[in-house]
Design a protein around this ligand. Structure first.
Ligand code: AMP
Length: 122
């Protein structure tokens, strides 16, 4: 699927709309989710134009993949989530109900996050 450069995270990367930034480096930008599902809910997005996990894992360079996942770990450490634990999640496509077509990893923390999945979908 072609990358939609009008998606909201592309606009955040271009500075066209604001975000509550937590971290930025050559490969990744991290910011607070606008609708948090946990006491800490941060999104980490690659700087490159990748629509989902499938696109990123197939087409990103080794440096982009390494840089991105190092940023995910660095953000969790910077938010002091490592000792107590945290969860990362990436939704790809319709069955996962991916809303924004720019690859992103959610980081959840600062609470007991419960079971891995909520149960049967509504
Ligand atoms: P997903 O369903 O994995 O695509 O998740 C998209 C996430 O982006 C949701 O958790 C939204 O709350 C979040 N989101 C949407 N727009 C914004 C925004 N402008 N700033 C921060 N988070 C956003």
């Amino acid at each position: 699927m072609a990358y939609d450069s009008n998606n909201i995270f592309a606009k955040i990367l271009r500075g066209e709309i604001p975000c509550s930034k937590v971290h930025e480096d050559e490969y990744a930008l991290a910011f607070h989710d606008i609708n948090p599902q946990a006491p800490v809910h941060v999104l980490v997005i690659p700087k490159g134009a990748y629509g989902s996990m499938d696109d990123f894992s197939a087409n990103a360079s080794e440096a982009e993949i390494a840089g991105f996942f190092r940023a995910v770990g660095a953000v969790a450490r910077a938010l002091a989530l490592t000792a107590a634990g945290y969860r990362i999640l990436a939704n790809h496509g319709a069955n996962a109900r991916q809303e924004v077509p720019h690859f992103h990893v959610h980081i959840f923390g600062q609470a007991d996050l419960g079971p891995m999945l909520a149960g049967k979908p509504a």
